[in-house]
Design a protein around this ligand. Structure first.
Ligand code: ADP
Ligand code: MG
Length: 352
């Protein structure tokens, strides 16, 4: 299925944006902290043309769903609100957006924690930038995408996903300070590549657990008298806090330190060790792992040529990311999956 088959015309522009995986820096972005994502090969493509009437017409090839609506009316439901949200935040910023035909197709798995939502927003905004010659840079695109997701999809997300989709590429890591938006494009640890495996466990508690962790971090920062946990670098300072705030703060503080350590040009083995430490911290201090993720990480961490592995994304299900010796990704992903699925799970390979 393509734009022309749906809309009986050729699109005026096409734009794409990748999904992402976060290598280090989990649950730090809403603490003004540091993150280290990379783009993945899977991406979302958006084809855009002018609508022949006064309505918007959106079509998603993956969902096989079409939405037609009046731009002046209420926001639509479902996937269309991510696109409509981008249009509305642009309109709120003073840009005039005409009625549009938009066709979406994507190889980013939807709802697996690889950020299909940000890929959709960034691809949409890139397409609108080129169609309407909007004076937007890549950081503004990320910020508008985040606003669209917060205001119109109702997800109170940080800036990680949209910045990664807008600024990262598949050959580098993107270091981002989520407070200042300072960033660096860095090479991967030498001689290493990435594997991502979905645990097959749906992120059922992800929203409630995520909101609870956010509230705990705010309370911890409050009690420690800082604006955000990012302002503390010594985990000892969290010791006076009551549980579970002490554990939560310790994760965020040590996780930020791990990201900063990873910037020091360390070996792939040392980077892998930071990922293993990150998983232990997410499991024991932040308590966002589940048994299936621990099983998957255990298998990865005990497989030769795996340098490090951890859950990635919010947790409570979702995927694991591993750093492995270059050239070994596909074989390691397959053997890990075979072993993991023999434990009664239904995982699948996302990146190898
Ligand atoms: P993810 O981890 O993949 O970002 P989210 O729950 O944040 O998961 O976003 C998934 C939502 O984004 C989908 O439910 C859908 O509304 C929208 N979306 C993402 N990709 C597409 C697509 N290709 N077609 C239609 N909607 C999409
Ligand atoms: Mg998302």
């Amino acid at each position: 299925m393509n734009y022309t088959q749906i809309f009986n015309a050729a699109p005026a522009v096409e734009a794409l944006a990748p999904g992402r995986v976060n290598l280090l820096g989990e649950h730090t972005d809403y603490n003004d902290g540091f993150v280290l994502p990379t783009a993945i090969p899977q991406h979302t493509t958006v084809a855009i043309g002018f609508s022949p009437d006064d309505r918007h017409h959106f079509y998603s090839a993956e969902l096989e769903e079409r939405v037609d609506f009046d731009p002046a009316g209420a926001s639509p439901e479902g996937f269309a609100r991510y696109i409509d949200g981008c249009i509305r935040v642009l309109a709120a910023a003073g840009h005039k957006i005409p009625p549009l035909n938009i066709f979406v197709t994507s190889s980013v798995p939807i709802g697996s924690g690889l950020s299909s939502s940000a890929a959709l927003e960034v691809a949409t905004l890139r397409g609108l930038r080129s169609l309407l010659h909007l004076p937007l840079d890549d950081v503004e695109i990320a910020q508008l995408g985040q606003q669209a997701e917060i205001q119109y999809a109702g997800v109170s997300c940080g800036i990680l996903d949209q910045m990664a989709s807008s600024l990262a590429d598949t050959d580098h890591m993107l270091f981002l300070d989520t407070r200042t938006l300072d960033r660096q494009i860095l090479p991967f640890p030498p001689g290493a590549e990435i594997v991502v495996i979905d645990s097959g466990v749906a992120r059922s508690l992800a929203t409630s657990g995520y909101n609870q962790r956010r509230a705990e971090c705010e309370a911890a920062a409050d009690q420690l008298g800082v604006k955000a946990l990012r302002d503390i670098t010594d985990p000892q300072q969290a010791e006076p806090l009551p549980e579970p705030l002490r554990q939560r703060a310790r994760h965020v503080i040590t996780e930020n330190n791990r990201v900063l350590k990873a910037l020091e040009g360390i070996t792939a083995a040392a980077f892998g060790k930071l990922m293993n430490d990150s998983h232990a911290s997410l499991r024991d201090d932040y308590e966002v792992s589940v048994p299936a993720l621990d099983t998957l990480v255990d298998i990865l961490q005990t497989t030769p040529d795996v340098l490090g592995a951890r859950l990635t994304g919010a947790g409570f299900g979702g995927a694991c990311v591993a750093l492995v010796t270059e050239g070994r990704g596909e074989a390691i992903a397959q053997s890990t999956l075979d072993q993991y699925n023999r434990t009664g799970n239904h995982g699948h390979i996302l990146v190898s």
